[in-house]
Design a protein around this ligand. Structure first.
Ligand code: R1P
Ligand code: URA
Length: 294
């Protein structure tokens, strides 16, 4: 008989109240449908549409509310900014679903979560002006997170990674960490994006400025980065947007067996050099669409 893996207290940290270390959520408080947002303030906006609420938990940048929307039980969690936080949120959500907190052993059967990130992004094509909703069919991580996990190559689109690196002509420091390309869950993309969202390739960066080709006072290692990103084409698809979390969400979900995709509203178009700072009301439209379709 196969022995089950035991996860000791140093590896899976459980708080005294039975909640997981960073999120402070207990296993019974997690729904199968999960909406991830960056801004902790956006959690209240999502939950303002809920018909019922069963918990409201705040811990650091992680704000979690579980409730129901038209009969669907949904958890909304904020991740803060960046893929480093996604490593925490995805691993802790999966632990809540798939590890028995009493025995500290993996459960016998997989509980699959459905994860949809609702975020903001920078548009990289003339057809993605401010206000556009973009669904990430593929995410390319410039953040390096997935490189630390076994199986990284098995879940990645290696030919796409190679084609992009050739197109960028990057070597040395610019290739460290190596970019990884991962696909969102196809069924979820079809259900969430339908025919009214732009679908595309999203690049998730390890920063908002230099890594997204924004030059303020520090010159960039590759001043032509965005020009090259915008002109890249692979199997008829283009890179549509920059944000900072979708690659880690798609990659870790593939490794853990969950369904995931990211939808973002464009708040700055890099080609047109325009930004919309009054987007906070408009993102509610995207929230409503996702709540209907999740
Ligand atoms: C940067 O301003 C932040 O906005 C985007 C980026 O991914 C990054 O987190 O997403 P959110 O609006 O979800 O935070
Ligand atoms: N979020 C990003 O990461 N980049 C942008 O340009 C806008 C929002």
């Amino acid at each position: 008989m196969q022995t089950k893996t035991y996860f000791p207290p140093s590896e899976l940290i459980i708080n005294e109240d039975g909640s997981v270390f960073h999120l402070h959520v207990r296993p019974e408080q997690l729904a199968d449908k999960v909406i991830l947002v960056g801004d902790p303030g956006r959690v209240n906006l999502v939950a303002s549409h809920f018909d019922t609420k069963e918990c409201d938990i705040q811990s650091r940048e992680f704000h979690t509310i579980t409730g129901t929307y038209q009969g669907k039980r949904i958890t909304v969690v904020s991740t803060g900014i960046g893929c480093d936080n996604i490593d925490i949120v995805l691993n802790e959500l999966d632990a809540l679903a798939n590890i028995d907190f009493g025995t500290r052993e993996e459960k016998d059967s997989l509980r699959q979560l459905e994860l949809v990130r609702i975020g903001t992004c920078g548009g990289l094509q003339p057809y993605t002006p401010a206000g556009t909703f973009i669904c990430s069919e593929i995410s390319i991580g410039f953040d390096g997170l997935l490189n630390f996990y076994e199986g990284r190559n098995a879940v990645s689109d290696l030919p796409l990674e190679r084609a992009l690196l050739n197109h960028l002509g990057w070597t040395g420091n610019l290739c460290s960490p190596t970019p990884y390309a991962v696909h969102a869950n196809h069924e979820l993309v079809e259900r969430i994006a339908r025919n009214d969202m732009v679908r595309g390739i999203t690049v998730a960066c390890g920063g908002f400025f230099g890594p997204q080709g924004r030059r303020l006072r520090i010159p960039l290692a590759d001043p032509r980065q965005n020009e090259k990103i915008e002109s890249f084409e692979y199997k008829g698809q283009h890179i549509t947007n920059y944000e900072m979390e979708s690659s880690a969400i798609a990659g870790l979900s593939l490794l853990l067996g969950h369904k995931a995709t990211t939808v973002c509203m464009v708040i700055a178009n890099r080609v047109k050099q325009e930004a919309n700072t009054g987007y906070k009301n408009q993102i509610d439209d995207l929230i409503r669409v996702v709540l209907e379709r999740i």
